[in-house]
Design a protein around this ligand. Structure first.
Ligand code: NAG
Ligand code: NAG
Ligand code: NAG
Length: 388
């Protein structure tokens, strides 16, 4: 009897503790510290160009005629759900044209529906703006303000410390090392998110928007602070932690490649701004950025390396976005892996890999490739005494 009571008290205490804990997660879950898991990996799912509109009444574009009758925005939703289930990412990043404003009757409703699979997965997610998100009932600021109020998002309208900055949805995220490891209080992987604008507002310049000096100043300051922190106590490192950058409109430098030096395909031109903002050079100069991920050109899905930075497209995702019948909608996955010490503890990031998955029956994975790996010289390896 006594023992029985004791057991039930124990399980009751457990239950109370579990409820309190799950409540804490519910309240603070969205703001929780991102960190590498006990498997030493951090996985990011990139969803580009959902072009969501009104849901089941919104038809698909560029599918075979025989597929039209049964195809709508709900196919885009189903693809997000399948990708989340298959990859179980640690973070989901939506890189703009999340909704196709012209065809969305109510921007707030459309955004909420577009992100619904991410929201209900309980996985942290973020979004940046494309050039079509503001073409419904909300301004760019309004869209970003709606997004940051949705559940489980780590998106921010703009950084608190930047008093003047162009655009909406410029922010960064820090991913800490494994809990209990020497790197548990250090950001070992840095993510930057920027608003690449929509269209030029300068009469003498035509075409798409670009990343403005105010945003580049913010990036420079943020990158510099992160580099300094990583290379200072505790556990000072010799080089910066790798950084990944996400935004919508590709940079002019995406046109530096052909099939001899990229992985993936290029089936249309590079729709960057008609001017060069200098952001590529700014990133090269900062020195921590290893890869840039954009969307915008749905028929391009390649990664190519220029001056030490991988420039990657995700490929078109949404069914109410232009595409190509018979060329599957797709998504990009990135996984960063940590190095293990001789004692078996997880340390800094050792490599960053990527692949894409197609929306076919098997969610076929294609184009697996290494984007970056830590050079032995940059690490804290034991010095081997040569000769002597
Ligand atoms: C869209 O979803 C419907 C319902 O699941 C499915 O029957 C159809 O094949 C899908 N269309 C495409 C183009 O994937
Ligand atoms: C990390 O920070 C926590 C809380 O401040 C501290 O207790 C712990 O010792 C620190 N660990 C390392 C490895 O720096
Ligand atoms: C890719 O190869 C082409 C020649 O086939 C060359 O013109 C171009 O500069 C190369 N790009 C890079 C980034 O190496």
């Amino acid at each position: 009897m006594g023992a029985g009571r004791k057991i039930s008290c124990l399980s009751l205490c457990h239950l109370v503790a579990a409820l309190a804990f799950s409540h804490m997660i519910a309240v603070f879950g969205a703001k929780k510290q991102l960190r590498f898991g006990q498997n030493g990996q951090f996985k990011i799912l990139q969803v580009a160009d959902m072009h969501f509109a009104d849901g089941k009444t919104t038809p698909c574009l560029n599918v075979f005629p025989s597929q039209m009758r049964t195809c709508s925005d709900l196919n885009t939703t189903a693809f997000v759900e399948r990708m989340i289930r298959a990859e179980q990412p640690d973070l989901i990043v939506f890189t703009g044209d999340n909704i196709f404003g012209f065809d969305a009757t109510d921007a707030a409703k459309s955004l909420t529906a577009a992100f619904a699979p991410a929201i209900s997965s309980n996985i942290p997610w973020v979004a940046v703006l494309g050039n079509h998100d503001q073409q419904s009932t909300l301004s760019r600021e309004g869209v970003m303000r709606h997004i940051v109020d949705l559940k489980n998002t780590l998106s921010q309208v703009n950084p608190a410390e930047a008093h003047i900055i162009d655009g909406f949805g410029n922010y960064n995220l820090e991913i800490s090392g494994v809990k209990g490891s020497r790197f548990q209080n250090k950001s070992v992987l840095n993510l930057y998110f920027l608003d690449s604008g929509d269209y030029s507002t300068v009469p003498s310049i035509t075409g798409y928007g670009w990343i403005k000096p105010s945003q580049q100043f913010w990036f420079q300051r943020t990158s510099s602070n992160l580099r300094r922190a990583y290379m200072s106590n505790p556990e000072p490192q010799r080089g910066p932690a790798p950084g990944l950058v996400y935004f919508h409109i590709p940079l002019p430098e995406f046109a530096s490649f052909d099939s001899s030096n990229f992985t993936g395909v290029k089936q249309e031109g590079i729709s960057s701004a008609s001017v060069n903002s200098g952001f590529f050079t700014t990133m090269v100069e900062a020195g921590d950025v290893k890869a840039v991920f954009t969307g915008h050109d749905h028929l391009n899905d390649f990664c190519g390396e220029l001056t030490g930075i991988q420039l990657c497209y995700a490929g078109g995702f949404g069914y109410h976005a232009y595409g190509k019948a018979g060329w599957s909608r797709r998504a990009r996955v990135v996984v960063a892996s940590l190095e293990k010490s001789e004692k078996g503890d997880w340390e800094a990031v050792k490599s960053i890999k990527t692949w894409k998955r197609l929306d076919d029956q098997l969610l076929t994975a294609i184009d697996g490739q290494a984007l970056w790996s830590k050079s032995p010289a940059g690490g804290r390896r034991k010095k081997h005494v040569v000769g002597a």
